[in-house]
Design a protein around this ligand. Structure first.
Ligand code: PEP
Length: 228
């Protein structure tokens, strides 16, 4: 079954780095959907031919008084096909489910597929903690991708058990079905060259990666490994 690999570069990299990732166009991917999400200012340096361009956020507003924001229409204009919405780093700085809903709707209206991040805060939190985040993201009829990203696993080197990831995937897919929706579920949080094979035994549709995306050779190894 085909898998996704989504690179979230966060606020990292420079012009040289983002020009260099165009070399991913040379890879003939058999069955993997590769999505690269640079910071807004570097979107125009990344020429997506054999991968897709993604953004790390989108404005929740559609008006002429949103200084400093980037609209879904602008992302569409740049050829952006996917957008990460509700990353825990943004939720931690005050992004609410209401804002996230608005971003999801505006993305859909512009033909951009949202990748909505959900995840429990603490290692000991019950998986049901993500239910509100999932339900409130199901605001439209279109295709949606969830990234299950336990907040405590992001950038820490810690991983949930396979059992916990499978429980999260099941909860997300069951909730989506109850709303007559199909969805894909990715896993994100400390994925690396040494653990991705084990993680691929989970019921996931691929990965959203942060730190790994900055190590180009390791990222490439993982990409090739997913393809095998
Ligand atoms: C992320 O920030 O979405 C993420 C998955 O980061 P990392 O892979 O570095 O844990």
């Amino acid at each position: 079954m085909s898998k996704f690999l989504v690179a979230n570069y966060k606020m990292n990299g420079d012009k040289k780095f983002f020009r260099s990732i165009n070399s991913f166009n040379k890879i003939k991917l058999k069955d993997t959907k590769l999505i690269l999400c640079p910071p807004f200012v570097y979107l125009n340096l990344v020429k997506a031919k054999h991968f897709s361009l993604g953004a790390q956020d989108v404005s929740a507003f559609c008006d002429n008084k949103s200084t400093g924001e980037i609209s879904a229409e602008m992302l569409k204009d740049y050829g952006v096909k996917y957008v990460i919405i509700g990353h825990s780093e943004r939720r931690a700085r005050g992004e609410t489910d209401k804002l996230i809903q608005s971003k999801i709707k505006l993305a859909f209206n512009n033909g951009i597929t949202p990748i909505v991040c959900v995840g429990e805060k603490n290692y000991n939190s019950k998986i049901e903690e993500i239910l509100n985040q999932v339900e409130s993201a199901l605001v439209t009829d279109s295709e949606i991708i969830f990234a299950y990203e336990p907040v405590w696993a992001i950038g820490t080197g810690k991983l949930p058990t396979i059992n916990k990831i499978n429980k999260a995937v099941d909860l997300i897919k069951t909730t989506a079905k109850q709303h007559n929706r199909d969805c894909k579920v990715l896993y994100g949080g400390s994925v690396n060259k040494s653990n991705y094979k084990q993680l691929l035994t989970c019921e996931i549709d691929g990965f959203l990666v942060g730190g790994l995306s900055l190590k180009l050779n390791e990222f490439l190894d993982v990409l090739k490994g997913i393809e095998e």
